[in-house]
Design a binder for this molecule. Sequence first.
Ligand code: PMP
Length: 305
Amino acid sequence: SDAKERKVWFNGTMIPSGEATVPILTHSLQYGSGIFEGIRCYEGDGSSNIFRLKEHVARFLMTAKMYGLNLGYDAPEISRAIVETVKVNNLRSCYIRPFAFVDDDAISLGVGKKKVSTTVSVIPYDSIFGSKKSAGIRCKVSSWRRINSNILPIQAKASGNYINSIIAANEASATGFDEAILLSEGGYLAEGTGENIFIVKDGTILTPGKDSDILLGITRESIIDISRDLGYSVIERRLHRDELYTADEVFLAGTAAEVTPVVNVDGLVVGDGKVGRITSSISDMYYGIVTAKEKKYSKWLTPVK
Ligand code: PMP
């Protein structure tokens, strides 16, 4: 469907996306006070299914709370808005972007009692790394550190939090890499600009834990469950930068990235430079789950009916 004709859920009504616009002085446009989610819907088993809707909606409301935005909608209402928006746009698979913002042109910073608007948009989508994804991407350890909880609530998905990711992504692409990997303030591996990171060493899967200043992603949690189910042992701990260089396999995981193999870090080849066997098995299982082929995980899917 044409982007301008697509329908956006805007404070309870469906409007054409071309009309879902804001004045230039809008607080959230000027100051980054918007909050959002990224959710995926995949076709499978005769319907479209939204992956882990409940968890995404819970995080959206948690973000709203931490940034002082009173949406005026509860979890069932937001969930219904999301399902309705997917349905009305007739997209079998898509990326879903709930977004709430301070809909006020005031120059003062505090959100206070300023008007908040809540929206849901849907976008046809493949993967954030596009055609590069299947053969694996090249990453750079960023010279920028990941923000931490003394600076901003890092479990929140607020627009302003992403300035940190944007500057790291700019540096990576300006120096010829596909993606940045940020270290925590303490110098341990944290995450990509919008993905969590996993490494594989001697058959064991390792990923940074809560003490590494990461967003505890919903895909990350899903991958940990899937991996254990596949019989791998998964360890959550602080990871040193050199463990990245000596890993057998590295991959990134997130809603937009799904499971994206990393085949090169800072010019050093990861393993044999090819997509790893364990990465592939996890990626295959992940696709099987989101496309409703793995019945055991159907609890993670919300059919759009
Ligand atoms: N880290 C950051 C900084 C992110 O923005 C995202 C995307 N939400 C992730 C990790 C992955 O989270 P999820 O699996 O919930 O999409």
